[in-house]
Design a binder for this molecule. Structure first.
Ligand SMILES: [Zn+2]
Length: 361
């Protein structure tokens, strides 16, 4: 059985992998290698999704997908100016307010080039600008190059991905702050569950699915399950938590430390309802095993909403790991919650029996 210490080490290993949306190859290789000894079959698709399968011998077994996204938010080089400073665009919903003063790494073919996101000296910032954030188009990265040639010599060119360069930080009481917790915690969940079900095989067939480009519109998940004839899918992702000084409870009801979040629905441009059958099933399992959990609404979409629309429709839902400071380099969570999330899924999937009905009426 896994424990919090091994979970912490696994998270540290995964967040060290840089995989902004569209540039997921390092995470694809990692996940495929990790799954290889644990599953009967694992492959990557040309689109970039990874599918690992533990096949049941029972022809009536359900086919269940457990899904996490491999990509993370980031930036990309838009241009290098004549003085060697680098302009960039966002990949996904990186928080603009968290950018200035950050350490970043530009992921070149020769390896990472480190830089900082500069800002106007405080001493010459007029009062009118002091409390405002410049637009991302006005921001720039300083890698130490003072001409375009110097930057180019380092391997920097247009279109390269850029990621935060900050290490995980352990806080008191089992809290941890790290960039790209979203969705390293989901990838960790896939690996741990594949290990558990390898050691203690279950009746159902399990598909471990790593998707690409979630952060730029659930794009990998839209096609990941096509042709696989699955019965149900569960996406694992982070979810925004409130209970911090600048969030009103009316906005977010999830709390870090109170257990995994079972989402009833996802809020975005409109509301999207998850499979209520799966929501009720997860809640029942949590209650049965006295696993702490929360139930509520997810802000923003997860892969579940795309999976649901695959083929003729796959009942899907998502479970969230509550974390503070979403899409910043200090996404902060509690290991307890991740441990409980994994236990909840493990119990839910392994205890599905013949009475489990997927039809709604
Ligand atoms: Zn995510």
């Amino acid at each position: 059985m896994f424990n919090q210490e091994s979970l912490k080490e696994l998270i540290k290993k995964i967040v060290a992998i840089q995989a902004p949306s569209g540039f997921e190859e390092p995470m694809m290789r990692f996940l495929k290698n990790e799954l290889e000894p644990l599953v009967d079959e694992v492959y990557d698709t040309p689109r970039g999704n990874i599918i690992g399968i533990q096949k049941s011998k029972d022809p009536n077994a359900l086919k269940i997908a457990i899904v996490a996204h491999m990509d993370q938010i980031g930036l990309t080089v838009f241009n290098i100016d004549s003085t060697g400073f680098i302009r960039f665009k966002k990949i996904g919903g990186i928080v603009s307010r968290a950018l200035q003063g950050q350490h970043v790494r530009i992921l070149t073919e020769k390896g990472a080039v480190y830089g900082v996101i500069g800002l106007k000296p405080g001493h010459v910032t007029p009062a009118s600008e002091a409390n405002t954030i410049p637009s991302v188009d006005e921001m720039y990265i300083d890698v130490g190059a003072r001409s375009r040639e110097e930057a180019t010599k380092l391997g920097i060119k247009m279109g390269l991905p850029i990621s935060y360069s900050m290490k995980p930080l352990e806080l008191a009481y089992g809290y941890m702050a790290t960039p790209s917790l979203d969705d390293s915690c989901g990838i960790a969940t896939l690996i741990i569950l594949a290990n558990e079900f390898k050691k203690n095989p279950i009746k159902q067939s399990i598909y471990y699915v790593g998707t690409v480009e979630e952060e730029i519109g659930l794009r990998g998940a839209e096609v990941a399950l096509n042709g696989l004839d699955l019965d149900l899918a569960i996406a694992i992702d982070t979810t925004s938590a409130g209970f911090q000084p600048d969030v009103n409870m009316r906005e977010i009801i999830y709390e870090v430390g109170k257990g995994p979040a079972i989402h009833i629905a996802e809020l975005g441009a409109g509301i999207k309802i998850e499979s209520q059958l799966l929501v009720r099933w997860l809640e029942k399992i949590a209650l049965k095993h006295k696993i702490p959990y929360q139930i509520g609404f997810q802000h923003g979409g997860t892969d579940a909403m795309a999976l649901m629309q695959t083929g003729s429709g796959i009942p899907s839902c998502s479970i969230g790991l509550p974390r503070h400071y979403s899409h910043s380099p200090i996404e902060t969570f509690q290991l307890n919650d991740l441990e409980n999330l994994i236990i909840l899924l493990q119990k839910a999937v392994s205890e599905i029996n013949d009475d489990f009905k997927l039809n709604r009426i």
